[in-house]
Design a protein around this ligand. Structure first.
Ligand code: CIR
Length: 254
């Protein structure tokens, strides 16, 4: 979770048509723009130099740059998002990644979203979901093993969009997770902070250097995050969450 740089993408007007699992109303464009700008400012305040890419009107979900790609200090990986309307996003990320990374790898087969990938120092966890199929997860695991990393493919509870909708890195020994995901045992060997019932929607938080970005509506999660060597910064996300935004998925960090 120590990073110097990030890529994020400005929302276009089409962002209000972003996918949402539970239906529900469109967010307001002004609200999304304000919340996204505050998010980028928070990354900068945490010490990151953020490269902002131009909006992609043809792809309402393109602000979620961590789904079509993953980055590590030594390489970037272009994935293959598991939903039709997002399949073309990677092509628009490739030039930026090629300019910033010597090595850009491609997922050779199957589907995988970056939201299903939680990278600890010791292992990279790849969740199986409606977006990440076994073929994609196993191909990604092999690709990452080829870069010297250990990869673990895990089931994700069917109630969540992505692995990181239900779990987040707090520090190198600690993961915040919903009870359902914690009970699966996937994070055995780590200290797991279990989310109190009723606050599952706040499971996605973002550790960046000495800061943890978290939603403001989850007081018990905020209490749990206290005392892990980081300042907890709360962000308003009431509009952006209408299209299932998480804090991890709106940037690529390395
Ligand atoms: C989608 O359904 O693809 C977007 N509306 C939300 C993606 C959020 N990404 C993430 O949790 N990693």
């Amino acid at each position: 979770f120590r990073f110097d740089r990030a890529i994020s993408r400005r929302p276009g007007a089409s962002v209000v048509k972003g996918l949402r699992a539970g239906g529900g109303p469109d967010p307001s464009l002004e609200g999304v723009l304000a919340e996204h700008a505050a998010y980028v400012a928070a990354l900068e305040a945490a010490g990151l130099a953020v490269t902002l890419l131009d909006p992609l009107e043809d792809f309402p979900d393109a602000i979620f740059v961590e789904d079509p790609a993953l980055v590590f200090p030594d390489c970037a990986v272009l994935l293959n998002p598991g939903t039709e309307s997002r399949a073309g996003e990677g092509a628009y990320l490739r030039p930026a990644l090629a300019a910033m990374f010597d090595t850009v790898l491609d997922l050779p087969e199957g589907h995988a979203d970056g939201g299903d990938v939680l990278a600890m120092d010791g292992a990279v966890y790849i969740g199986l979901s409606a977006r990440t199929d076994r073929q994609g997860a196993e191909a990604l695991a092999r690709l990452l093993e080829g870069t010297g990393r250990k990869a673990v493919v895990a089931e994700t509870p069917p109630s969540v969009l992505h692995l990181k909708t239900a779990s987040s890195i707090v520090d190198e020994e600690t993961i915040l997770a919903t009870r359902e995901l914690a009970a699966s045992g996937v994070y055995a060997g780590y200290r797991v902070l279990e989310i109190p019932a009723g606050e599952e929607a706040g499971a996605n938080v973002l550790r960046v250097n000495d800061t943890i970005l978290a939603g403001s509506r989850f007081p018990r999660i905020l209490d749990l995050l206290d005392g892990h060597g980081a300042k907890v910064v709360t962000l308003e996300n009431s509009e952006i969450e209408k299209i299932d935004a998480g804090f991890t998925c709106m940037s690529l960090r390395w």
